[in-house]
Design a protein around this ligand. Sequence first.
Ligand SMILES: NC(=O)c1ccc[n+]([C@@H]2O[C@H](COP(=O)([O-])OP(=O)(O)OC[C@H]3O[C@@H](n4cnc5c(N)ncnc54)[C@H](OP(=O)(O)O)[C@@H]3O)[C@@H](O)[C@H]2O)c1
Length: 315
Amino acid sequence: MPPSQLEITKYVDSLDLSASIGAVVGGTNGIGAGVARKLASLGCRVIVLGRDESSAERLGREIKVLKPRGDVGHIEFIQCDLRTVEGMNCAVRDLRAVIGKTRLDCLFLSQQGMPTGKIELTSDGIDSIFAVQTLSRFFLIRQVISEALVKPSGSIVSISNSGERFDLSLDDLSMIKRQSQGRGKLSLFVDQAKRDPTIIDSMIMEFRDRYPEYGFYNLMPGMVYHPTFQYHAIPIPIRWIHRMLMWMIGISADQFAPCPIYVALGDTTRRSDLPTTMNKRLNATTLGPWSMDPRLRLQLWDALDRHCSRLGQAD
Ligand SMILES: NC(=O)c1ccc[n+]([C@@H]2O[C@H](COP(=O)([O-])OP(=O)(O)OC[C@H]3O[C@@H](n4cnc5c(N)ncnc54)[C@H](OP(=O)(O)O)[C@@H]3O)[C@@H](O)[C@H]2O)c1
């Protein structure tokens, strides 16, 4: 039986991470900032990747107030914009430079936030949400592994929804054709909200099979509130439903933070029992055909790989 939230929190609070180094993509705000704060308070050296420098500075001040364990926990900031493959490349380059000869114990990916129902094309000509939420996860994970920036036996935890079923169209992952067929904002919101977890679950399953020496997880947070939650971007009436659910069952980013840290840094015996894709109670999510079928996963992998190559990244 998975541990309770209380057991998870107690376990994580007992960790001394003063010899550990972690990176949190999308760690400047929201859920990622909660994870970065908690890691640093336990003594970890944390590299935070995001866009907003002032948020990173605020996070640094908050961490000092928390008096990190052993006085060593702190954050270092890498500014990056993950909407383009060039931006993803710069993020990896800067991460490599910051960590030098050391290797990450854990990498968390918590970038993007909610879908919006809008398709905004990046300078690479792809949907910005697809670029940040899914393509950048694929790109960053693949690069940190191929450059051995994470220790063997280290953990890579994606924080996103999981367990959705969506009929992916590999030649239209940005859903530009779908939009031109007259789908409105609300339908596109639902499509984005199903497309991204479908892709992320599938890629995490594929990474797990290809690189069994690492721990790969996709963790679904449920409803997590924080000061930068982008309610205004969510189309009505989903915005209203979301607000109500958040009020009824939401937890703060700081309350949620022990969960991904437990997944990444719990002792090996505990971690070996964890499913690859799970909800915040650490119960396995039910996967759709794209994640379950190795042939479909391979086709998706190739499509993501083609995007990266076409947009400037050679294997
Ligand atoms: N919160 C929830 O209730 C909830 C529920 C289900 C799933 N999720 C998933 O959990 C993940 C985190 O959600 P969240 O609520 O924490 O989102 P959030 O508050 O919007 O935080 C997103 C983080 O991603 C960074 N980011 C956004 N665009 C970026 C870009 N172009 N380049 C680099 N960094 C970028 C942001 O950095 P800057 O602020 O520096 O720009 C921020 O640190 C998302 O995948 C979301 O879909 C969240």
